[in-house]
Design a protein around this ligand. Structure first.
Ligand code: PGA
Length: 249
C-alpha cells in the first residue's frame, strides 16, 4: 500500500523568535509542493509564532510533548486540547530524551498517546533501544514492549498513530542504523500493529529517526516499511531539511 510519507522536524530545545522566522521563511520558499507531508515540532513558547508563519501553507504545526491529563493542576504541562486550540496537528510522544531525563514510562507514553488521539492530534510515538540494549541483542524485545503498552491502551484506534523508531545510540551521534537493519525493525513493528489492526496497520506511518541527514535520507526512505523520518539536528538547517523533504516521495 502506498501512502504519503511524513517528514517531521524535531527542533528539540533550540531556536528563538528571529531564527525560527528565518528558518521557516527559507523552508516555505524552498519547499514548493512536496510529495510528502511535513511538520515541524517546535518548543511550546513558539507554537503560536510558528502557527502564524505556517498558516495557509503545506507546513503543519507540531509539538514535542503533551500532558496525559485533560486539564487542571499540572503546573508546567500542556493539554492536548490546548495544543489543538493553537493548531497543532502532530505531537511527539515518548521521545527517548523524555523517557531518559524525565522518567516517562511506557504507561505514561500510552496515556499521552490516548490524550493526543482524543483531540484528533496525531501522536508520533517514539520507540527505540539504548546502546546497551542494542549490544545485548535486546532490540526486538525492547521495542515490542514499548509499542505493546501503547497498543494496549489505544488498540481500538491504533491506525491513527504514527510510530518513530529511533535507536537511542543513533540520536545526535552521527551513527545511523544501516537501512536494512532499520527496515528489519520497522517490519517487526508493522507485524505487531497488524496483529491488532489487521490491514489497517498498513496505514500507520512508521518513521525512522536518529542522525538522518541530507545524504543518508534517500536510502533510508527507500526501505519498504520506512514511511518517513523524524529529524533532529538536520531539521534546524533549511537546506538540509529541504533535501530530506525532497528525498521523501
Ligand atoms: P537527530 O535527532 O536527527 O539529531 O539524531 C533525532 C531525534 O532525536 O528525534
Amino acid at each position: 500500500m502506498t501512502k504519503t510519507k511524513l517528514i517531521a522536524g524535531n527542533w528539540k530545545m533550540n531556536g528563538n523568535l528571529a531564527s525560527n522566522e528565518a528558518l521557516l521563511r527559507a523552508l516555505l520558499q524552498g519547499m514548493g509542493t512536496p510529495a510528502c507531508a511535513v511538520t515541524v515540532c517546535v518548543p511550546a513558547p513558539y507554537l503560536i509564532q510558528v502557527q502564524s508563519l505556517v498558516a495557509g501553507s503545506v507546513l503543519m504545526l507540531g509539538a514535542q510533548d503533551v500532558s496525559a491529563h485533560p486539564q487542571g493542576a499540572y503546573t508546567g504541562e500542556q493539554s492536548a486540547e490546548m495544543l489543538k486550540d493553537v493548531g497543532v496537528r502532530y505531537v511527539i510522544v515518548g521521545h527517548s530524551e523524555r523517557r531518559q531525563y524525565h522518567g516517562e514510562t511506557d504507561d505514561v507514553v500510552a496515556a499521552k498517546t490516548a490524550a493526543a488521539l482524543a483531540q484528533g492530534i496525531t501522536p508520533i510515538v517514539c520507540v527505540g533501544e539504548t546502546l546497551a540494549q542494542h549490544e545485548a541483542g535486546q532490540t526486538d524485545e525492547v521495542i515490542k514492549r514499548q509499542l505493546a503498552a501503547v497498543i494496549q491502551v489505544n488498540g481500538h484506534c491504533i491506525q491513527e498513530i504514527a510510530v518513530a523508531y529511533e535507536p537511542v545510540w543513533a540520536i545526535g551521534t552521527g551513527k545511523t542504523a544501516m537501512p536494512a537493519q532499520a527496515q528489519a525493525v520497522h517490519a517487526l513493528l508493522r507485524a505487531q500493529l497488524r496483529h491488532t489492526a489487521g490491514q489497517n496497520a498498513d496505514k500507520v506511518r512508521i518513521l525512522y529517526g536518529g542522525s538522518v541527514n541530507a545524504s543518508n535520507a534517500a536510502e533510508l526512505l527507500a526501505q519498504a516499511d520506512i514511511d518517513g523520518g523524524l529529524i533532529g539536528g538536520a531539521s534546524l538547517k533549511a537546506l538540509d531539511f529541504l533535501k530530506i523533504i525532497a528525498a521523501a516521495h
